[in-house]
Design a protein around this ligand. Structure first.
Ligand SMILES: Cc1ncc(COP(=O)(O)O)c(C=O)c1O
Length: 442
C-alpha cells in the first residue's frame, strides 16, 4: 500500500514498454500527447512530422474525422457483441467491403486483433486445411530468414529475426527457412525491385527435396520485408515462389501487415506484384491504426474445404473474443471510406517517383551505404559503428525526433513509411532533416 501511494502520475516505472530500450527511454522520455494529419505533438508542445505512419499503420493520417466519428457513434450504439455463435451487421459489412478490394478468389475474411494474431491464424488455417482434406502429413511451415511475422509463437517460428527468436526455446517444430533476399554486393542503391536474386526462390526446391512436398503445408513471406529493414523482392522472385508452391501443392501466404491497404499504391502487394497467394494476413492500415484489428483473407477453396459435416458443428476451432469487434469494424469501414473518397492508394502511386528521387538524393550523405524504396516505403542503410551495431541508427532516431521528424530504425537501417496523405514539402523536410541528422551523429 505504501508503495502504491508513492506512485505518482508521472512515474514511468510500472509500464514495461514493448520493443523499447526502457532504461534509456525513462531517463529521457519521448512522449506524444496529440496528433493531427501528418503530425504529432510532443508533451513539450513541439510538432513532429510522422515519417513512419506511426508503426506503418496510420495510412490515412492522424485523427481523421470520419474514423473518429464512426468510433464514437458505434461505442454509443453497440459496444460489444459476442464473437462466437453471434454476429452484428458491421463485421459482415466490413468483410464484404474487404473482399471487394482483395485479389480475385480470396473472398473470405477471418478477423483478428493484430498482425501477430493474423499470422498465427493463417498458419493454423493452412495446417487445418490440409488435414480436413485428408493430407494431414503436411505439417511443415516454411518461413524466410530476416522475416518478421509478429511476436506470437507461430510468427517467431516462421520469422527469421534472430533477436526475436533466440530467447524463446524450441519454438514450433517442423519449420524451415528460405534464404533472405538481400544481396548487397549485387543490388545496391536500387530504385524499386532489384534485378538480381529471383533464383533465390529456387531454395524452396531444395527444401522440398530435403523434406518431401508431402510434408509441407505452407510458405509464408512478406512480399516486401519491412521490419528487418525494407528488403524489396528481386524481380520475378515472388512469381517463381508461386510457381514452385503450385507445383508441389504448397499454400503460399503473403504477410501483408505492412504492405496491405495502399502502402505500395495498390490495395495489396499481391496486386502490385501480380502474384496471388492463397492466404493474405493484414492488420495495421485496416483501421488506420486507430483500433486494434487484423484480417486474414482466404481463398474460396480453402474456406469451402472446412464447410462440410453436420451443420450444427463448429467448422474451425479458432477465434478471439474481439474477432470482428463492433467498434473495430466501424473503424475499418470508415477507414476504407476515407481511403476511397480521398483516393489515397492512387495518391501513393502518384507520389512514389517523387519519394524515390528525394530518398536517393541522400546517396552522398554521411554514413549512407545503401538506399532502397518501393511505393511509399524507403530505407536508408548506415555503415554501423565498428563494434557497436545499431548505435549509430539509434542516435539518428533520437536526433531526428529532437529535430522534428519521426523515423524508425532497425539495426543500422532507417525505415520510412509516411502516411499516404504526405505532401511534397513534407517529403523535402524529411529528407533535408535526415541529411542534417546524418551529418551530426557520430
Ligand atoms: C509483416 C508483419 N507481420 C506481422 C506483424 C505484427 O503485427 P502486430 O504488431 O500488429 O502484431 C508486423 C508488425 O510490424 C509486420 O510488419
Amino acid at each position: 500500500m505504501s508503495n502504491r501511494l508513492s506512485v505518482t502520475p508521472n512515474d514511468l516505472r510500472a509500464f514495461w514498454m514493448p520493443f523499447t530500450a526502457n532504461r534509456q527511454f525513462k531517463q529521457n522520455p519521448r512522449m506524444f500527447v496529440a496528433s493531427r494529419g501528418m503530425h504529432y505533438t510532443t508533451a513539450d508542445g513541439r510538432e513532429v512530422l510522422d515519417g513512419t505512419a506511426g508503426l506503418w499503420c496510420v495510412n490515412a493520417g492522424h485523427c481523421r474525422p470520419k474514423i473518429t466519428e464512426a468510433i464514437q457513434r458505434q461505442a454509443a450504439e453497440l459496444d460489444y457483441a459476442p464473437a462466437f455463435q453471434m454476429g452484428h451487421p458491421k463485421a459482415f459489412e466490413l468483410a464484404n467491403r474487404l473482399v471487394d478490394i482483395s485479389p480475385d478468389g480470396l473472398n473470405h475474411v477471418f478477423f483478428t486483433n493484430s498482425g501477430s494474431e493474423s499470422v498465427d491464424t493463417a498458419l493454423k488455417i493452412a495446417l487445418a486445411y490440409h488435414r480436413v482434406r485428408g493430407e494431414g502429413s503436411r505439417f511443415r511451415l516454411i518461413g524466410r530468414e530476416r522475416g518478421y511475422h509478429g511476436v506470437n509463437f507461430g510468427g517467431i517460428s516462421v520469422g527469421g529475426i534472430v533477436a526475436n527468436r533466440k530467447m524463446f526455446g524450441t519454438l514450433l517444430t517442423g519449420v524451415d527457412h528460405l534464404q533472405h533476399t538481400h544481396l548487397p554486393a549485387r543490388n545496391r542503391f536500387v530504385r524499386g525491385e532489384p534485378e538480381h536474386g529471383a533464383e533465390l526462390a529456387d531454395e524452396l526446391e531444395r527444401i522440398v527435396a530435403l523434406h518431401d512436398a508431402s510434408t509441407i503445408a505452407a510458405v509464408i513471406v512478406e512480399p516486401v520485408a519491412g521490419s528487418t529493414g525494407v528488403l524489396i523482392p528481386p524481380k520475378g522472385y515472388l512469381k517463381r515462389l508461386r510457381e514452385i508452391c503450385d507445383k508441389h501443392g504448397i499454400l503460399l501466404i503473403f504477410d501483408e501487415v505492412i504492405t496491405g491497404y495502399g502502402r505500395l499504391g495498390a490495395s495489396f502487394a499481391a496486386e502490385y506484384f501480380e502474384v496471388t497467394p492463397d492466404i493474405i494476413t493484414t492488420a495495421k492500415g485496416l483501421t488506420n491504426g486507430v483500433i486494434p484489428m487484423g484480417a486474414v483473407f482466404v481463398r474460396d477453396e480453402i474456406h469451402d474445404a472446412f464447410m462440410t459435416g453436420p451443420e450444427h458443428l463448429i467448422e474451425f476451432f479458432h477465434g478471439y473474443t474481439y474477432s470482428g469487434n463492433p467498434i473495430a469494424s466501424a473503424a475499418g469501414l470508415a477507414t476504407l471510406d476515407t481511403y476511397r473518397e480521398e483516393g489515397l492508394f492512387e495518391r501513393a502511386t502518384e507520389l512514389a517517383p517523387y519519394w524515390e528521387d528525394a530518398l536517393h538524393s541522400l546517396k552522398d550523405a554521411r554514413h549512407v551505404i545503401d538506399i532502397r524504396n518501393i511505393g511509399l516505403i524507403g530505407a536508408v542503410e548506415l555503415e554501423p559503428i565498428a563494434g557497436h551495431p545499431t548505435k549509430r541508427a539509434f542516435s539518428a532516431f533520437v536526433r531526428a525526433f529532437e529535430k522534428g521528424i519521426l523515423i524508425r530504425t532497425t539495426g543500422d537501417i532507417i525505415a520510412l513509411s509516411p502516411p499516404l496523405i504526405i505532401e511534397k514539402p513534407h517529403i523535402d523536410q524529411l529528407v533535408a532533416t535526415l541529411r542534417e541528422v546524418l551529418a551530426e551523429v557520430e
